[in-house]
Design a protein around this ligand. Structure first.
Ligand code: HEC
Length: 295
């Protein structure tokens, strides 16, 4: 090394320049996003996030709900979020400006919650959510520790859970949510990005022009999802089973003009599905070989 000074300068530049781009640049772009005033609605958007929702967001963060739930609806061409009823438009940065700790999440073991309070046909109310948190459901764990099992003194509390069957507390006892549970539910009942923002016009779902899709594997799940919107949940599963995929694709008459095209994707999908499967072990094999070679 010739010059220590040049080295330190280079090190500084290598750290500072990316940091400037990632942190300062993003902050300059999005850091001061103002709310949008909608003249037609006479409303300022996004909706204000009340104090209890902000408290509840901390509970949500604390309990790691974002390990299983996202809060970001994607465009139709990036996933089937809208077909699943999670929202009518994609989420944008402005949706989160009032939130202290936006919980975008990374994995979707459970449904996306960005529009939980605007679910159609009926959004869960506070009692539904308290019951869900207490009991759990399907893959959703139960959070009994957010509730207190206590002896009834006088009339039952306003928020006491109305449970049936084996979960019902013994006579003279009641199960009441703790303040953390109430804050969490206050947060969940405020998750709503169903208003319109100028930069978030709903993107129309890619309809009949499926044939244009560049990637055959993408066409498979899409046609399956179009055939059965509610059962669109496991697109991976649908894609994995060629017999299921074929009738679904055949059943989609939207692209009736192109029976040949309809016939092509399943044919394409099957080898495509076969290829990654075959590709995976193949891809799995070389690395050890490479490592061995490296060693
Ligand atoms: C281990 C993964 C997991 C964790 C952690 C988890 N959930 Fe869930 N959640 C699920 C699954 C799976 C479902 C769907 C349950 C079903 O089959 O109905 C669900 C459903 C829900 C629903 C109903 C959604 C709807 O569309 O009706 C809400 C609300 C919810 N979870 C909130 C939470 C909250 C709040 C937390 C944190 C306290 C949390 N979840 C933690 C997996 C999880």
């Amino acid at each position: 090394m010739k010059s220590g000074f040049a080295f330190v300068l280079g090190l500084f530049a290598a750290v500072f320049l990316p940091w400037e781009g990632l942190v300062i640049g993003s902050n300059a772009q999005l850091g001061a996003l103002p709310p949008f005033y909608d003249d037609g609605e006479s409303a300022t958007l996004p909706y204000w996030f009340p104090g209890v929702a902000n408290q509840g967001q901390r509970v949500y963060r604390d309990l790691g709900c974002a390990e299983c739930h996202t809060q970001q609806v994607r465009r139709p061409n990036l996933g089937s979020d809208q077909a699943r009823g999670w929202g009518e438009r994609q989420n944008v940065a402005r949706d989160y400006i009032y939130q202290g700790f936006p919980q975008l999440g990374t994995a979707r073991i459970g449904p996306d919650l960005a529009n939980l309070a605007a679910r159609k046909p009926s959004a869960p109310d506070a009692d539904d959510l308290l019951n869900l948190l207490y009991k759990g459901q399907g893959g959703m764990p139960s959070y009994k520790f957010l509730f207190e099992h206590r002896k009834l003194i006088g009339p039952p509390s306003a928020h006491a859970l109305t449970l049936t069957g084996g979960l019902r507390p013994a006579a003279g006892w009641e199960i009441v949510p703790t303040p953390r549970a109430l804050a969490l539910v206050g947060y969940l009942t405020n998750l709503n990005s169903s208003y319109d923002l100028p930069e978030a016009k709903p993107v129309p779902a890619p309809g009949a022009k499926e044939g244009e899709a560049g990637s055959p594997p993408a066409a498979g799940p899409k046609s399956a999802a179009a055939g059965t919107p509610p059962a669109g949940a496991p697109p991976a599963g649908a894609a994995a089973s060629p017999p299921a995929g074929t009738p679904a694709a055949a059943a989609t008459p939207a692209a009736g003009a192109k029976p040949a095209a309809a016939a092509t994707p399943p044919a394409g999908a099957a080898p495509a599905a076969g290829t990654p499967a075959a590709g995976t072990p193949a891809a799995g094999t070389p690395p050890p070989a490479k490592q061995e070679g490296a060693k």
